[in-house]
Design a protein around this ligand. Structure first.
Ligand SMILES: [Ca+2]
Ligand SMILES: [Ca+2]
Length: 501
């Protein structure tokens, strides 16, 4: 199946190539302005189109000819005033058939007939019996075979009446299924009649590229009357489209004599035509072979090709898939971001908890300095020092009390001594001072010893309530002074009492 499709595609390309080769054989052409119209100034101020006559519901403006407006049951036509004076010609038509409905009616016709047709006839707005050629752009599907819009041609000798009910399918010479309604650019048809060969190239109006013509049909041995008239017509029915023709450009082929015969062709032309005919015969033969070997495939030839709607649906579907994928990716990213945020929050809260539990906030105005707290053993050492000092002071106090007792004892002994002689005060005092000096020296040595012990045991003296040696010495000196004062006072009193003896 795929092979055949490929083969047919290649074949059609090659066929087109041949057609273009044949058609590009340089037969000189001449533009026939008397059989043409085009904008601007298509119609004159009085509405007439030079060299043309129109009637029925047709309206001509400076930009186009509206053959039939989008109103019910309208018919209109335009015909050349004069019969043509050439036998071979090419006509290029640009037109728009447009309407708001999904389907429209009825369509448009191109005519080349022996006589001018009607302006309000039954065949797409003109006469339904004609002598010559009619090419129809049939919008409405009268026979309900789902094969419209359709383009086809009928060559009539005036004896046959156009049969609408089957969309002319039994009368047609050749045709092709093409949509020509509601296109972004004007649709175009190039009708070529040369050497009894009738060719229709169609431009579907999806682009405004001049080169986008494709072959609709090619019919040979078409004999048309001489000196006929060109015409266009259109009609609406229950459904109504606008039928506008933008230009009608006629060129005639200039030939030596009237219609060039086969012998009039050059060697190259004859060779090309021979090759083309051979190739076409081969193609037809292969088609027939395939049909005979695949009888079922014949019915669904149209299914091989993708329709416009199928392509559109495919594109839409692809677009939706892309959107879905993007949304999924975004959702994933969002989840990642949320997860990261949660982790960050939990870490921050953990750190806050640890800081709050271990470190008291620093007093205002003071930065928190780590590592300056007092350690336990230092505090213990301080307490020990303090205790030692207290003990030392206690010993000192006791020692001073002993000294005082001894002094008192000495004084008492001296007072109880049974002697009438007055003992020299100086002697006693001297002895007492010596004894006190010894005692003080003893105290001093003790103090020095304790001080050295304190220094060895616990470092420097703490600043809090530390009793220094100087303080102790001062206290001792004050006490000595009091004792000395007391002795002097007692001696003087004794002396005074001796005076009374
Ligand atoms: Ca029809
Ligand atoms: Ca039909």
């Amino acid at each position: 199946m795929e092979r055949l499709v490929k083969f047919l595609n290649i074949s059609s390309v090659v066929l087109l190539l041949f057609v273009s080769l044949v058609s590009s054989i340089k037969v000189p052409k001449r533009f026939e302005y008397k059989y043409s119209f085009k904008p601007p100034y298509l119609a004159q101020k009085d509405g007439s189109v030079p060299f043309w006559e129109y009637g029925g519901n047709a309206i001509a403006s400076s930009e186009s000819v509206r053959l039939a407006p989008s109103l019910r049951s309208q018919k209109g036509a335009i015909w050349t005033k004069n019969p043509v004076n050439f036998d071979s010609w090419e006509v290029d038509i640009a037109f728009r058939i447009s309407g708001r409905g999904r389907i429209g009616a009825d369509g448009m016709a191109f005519w080349y007939t022996q006589n001018k047709g009607a302006y309000d006839g039954e065949a797409f707005g003109s006469s339904d019996q004609w002598t010559g050629l009619g090419i129809f752009f049939d919008s409405f599907d009268n026979d309900n075979k789902h094969n419209n819009p359709y383009i086809f041609s009928i060559v009539n000798d005036g004896s046959v009446k156009f049969y609408h009910q089957d969309d002319g399918s039994t009368q047609q010479l050749a045709g092709c299924l093409r949509d020509f309604r509601n296109k972004p650019f004007p649709t175009r048809a190039k009708i070529d009649y040369y050497n009894n060969v009738l060719t229709l190239l169609f431009h579907n109006g999806m682009t405004n590229n001049e080169q986008d013509y494709e072959l609709c049909f090619r019919a040979e041995n078409v004999v048309l009357p001489k000196n006929g008239y060109f015409g266009l017509s259109a009609a609406t029915g229950g459904l109504a489209d606008d039928h506008d023709v933008i230009h009608f450009l006629t060129s005639s082929y200039i030939t030596a004599g009237s219609v060039p015969s086969q012998s009039g062709l050059t060697d190259e032309q004859q060779k090309l035509q021979k090759e083309y005919m051979e190739y076409q015969a081969k193609l037809e033969q292969q088609k027939e072979e395939y049909k005979s070997s695949h009888p079922k495939a014949e019915e669904n030839v149209e299914d091989w090709f993708e329709t416009e709607y199928q392509r559109e649906y495919k594109q839409l579907f692809q677009g939706l898939i892309n959107i879905h994928d993007t949304a999924k990716q975004m959702d994933k990213k969002l989840d990642e971001i949320v997860g990261k945020q949660e982790r960050t929050i939990s870490l921050v809260s953990q750190q806050h908890g640890a800081v709050g539990a271990n470190i008291p906030p620093p007093p205002p105005g003071q930065p928190a300095v780590a590592g300056e707290s007092i350690r336990r053993h230092e505090v213990d050492a301080m307490f020990n020092n303090q205790n030692q000092i207290v003990n030392t002071v206690r010993e000192l106090r006791q020692f001073i009390l002993e000294i005082k007792q001894r002094i008192d004892t000495v004084i008492n002994n001296q007072a109880k001594a049974p002697t009438a002689q007055v003992q020299a005060v100086g002697y006693d005092t001297q002895a007492l001072i010596n004894e006190m000096r010894d005692g003080l020296n003893h105290v001093k040595s003790n103090m020095a010893q304790m001080a050295s012990q304190t220094g060895q045991g616990g470092g420097s003296c703490p600043q809090v309530s530390c009793v220094t040696v100087t303080t102790v010495l001062v206290i001792v000196a004050v006490q000595l002074a009091i004792i000395l004062g007391y002795n002097v006072y007692r001696d003087s009193k004794d002396n005074q009492s001796k005076k009374f003896y």
